[in-house]
Design a protein around this ligand. Structure first.
Ligand SMILES: [Fe+2]
Ligand SMILES: [Fe+2]
Length: 163
């Protein structure tokens, strides 16, 4: 069983991952409204990934014979003026989540909770990927600047992301 402190912290991460899913779904809706069909697809797939992250924490808490508590999910922003602004926000968000995961690892270490520590390693690695993916798109958008043709090509590429 998890300590009360660890249980609370892991439930907090269920909420944080659900918020990530909500944030990216909001970006997907915003991109669709702006006719960035490919970017919308990319964010919709990302929202699904974040839901799966939430479920990993959910399943782990239950497997530890501890209690899942679902708190309200905060309302995400609804508008980003450009693709660049949205992906910059996504990158900043992933950096924040990396900080949350590192905080959980430190708590697990303090509590000598080896099971939680081992479980969290998957997320430590995942966050490296998550940050790299978002930053790569930010960098591509910065290179492209205002070139409409290149933006449409990138949008097309983003739309190829598999479910
Ligand atoms: Fe996540
Ligand atoms: Fe993420």
């Amino acid at each position: 069983m998890l300590s009360k402190k660890m249980e609370k912290a892991l439930n907090g991460q269920v909420n944080a991952e659900l918020y990530s899913s909500y944030l990216y779904l909001s970006m997907a809706a915003n991109f669709t409204a702006q006719n960035w069909v490919g970017a919308a697809k990319w964010m919709r797939v990302q929202a699904g990934e974040e839901f799966k992250h939430a479920m990993r924490f959910y399943d782990f808490i239950l497997a530890c014979n501890s209690k899942v508590v679902l708190d309200p999910i905060a309302k995400p922003p609804t508008q980003w003026p450009t693709l660049l602004a949205a992906f910059e926000a996504a990158y900043a968000h992933e950096q924040k989540v990396t900080g949350l995961i590192n905080g959980l690892v430190e708590l697990a270490e303090d509590e000598k909770d080896h099971a939680s520590e081992a479980f969290l390693q998957w997320f430590v690695n995942e966050q490296v990927e998550e940050e790299a993916n978002a930053l790569h798109i930010v960098q591509q958008l910065r290179l492209i600047g205002d070139s409409k043709g290149s933006l449409f090509m990138l949008d097309h590429q983003l739309g190829k992301r598999a479910e």
